[in-house]
Design a protein around this ligand. Structure first.
Ligand SMILES: [Mg+2]
Length: 185
């Protein structure tokens, strides 16, 4: 590998997965939970008083258009555009759990990060197959499997976890992390 390669997760890192799910679940149950109220818990823990919440969430996620509705996480597009001038950026998304989302995820990426070649989109399951120097991800299990340097991106569900990874709270942190790396190389 000539250039340093950074693999970037999609849901909760570039695309606001929990925000979109919360919107859909709130609409379904007539609730008004905010992302602030998701801190330290999963969506299903938040909706645990509803017995059918797992089934409802499953149906939401399997709507093939749902992934197109995700908002962009603040700063992600701008920072990725800057980083792509210096680094190889690949998008590594664990899409195998929800195959109906493939097309919507692809369309979302084409719309929001058109400067990244679709040949660099990796739709995978286990991210130990991703060959890169860094992985930016909110999922501790994926970070543990990854063979390069794991970077934990803060999301509501991991915000209160004490995890053995460098934590990046937002895209300003991502930018600073790689600026510092560049200067010290
Ligand atoms: Mg994720």
């Amino acid at each position: 590998m000539k250039r340093i390669r950074i693999a970037v997760d999609m849901d909760e890192v570039m695309a606001d997965y929990s925000g979109a799910c919360l919107r859909a679940l709130n609409a379904h149950y007539g609730t008004t939970y905010t992302k602030e109220q998701l801190k330290g818990m999963t969506l299903l823990e938040r909706f645990q008083t509803y017995d059918d919440a797992p089934r409802t969430l499953h149906a939401i996620l399997h709507d093939p258009h749902f992934y197109r509705t995700f908002d962009v996480i603040e700063g992600s597009v701008e920072t990725l555009r800057t980083l792509s001038e210096t680094y190889d950026i690949v998008i590594a998304t664990a899409a195998m759990d929800v195959p109906p989302c493939f097309a919507a995820k692809y369309d979302w990426l084409e719309e929001h990060v058109p400067f990244i070649d679709p040949q660099s989109f990796i739709f995978c399951g286990n991210k130990n197959v991703v060959r890169a120097h860094y992985l930016i991800d909110d999922n501790a299990t994926q970070l543990r499997r990854f063979e390069g340097t794991p970077l934990l991106f803060t999301a509501p569900h991991n915000e209160t976890d004490d995890l053995p990874f460098t934590r990046l709270n937002d895209w300003n942190d991502v930018r600073s992390y790689f600026e510092t790396k560049r200067k010290t190389r």
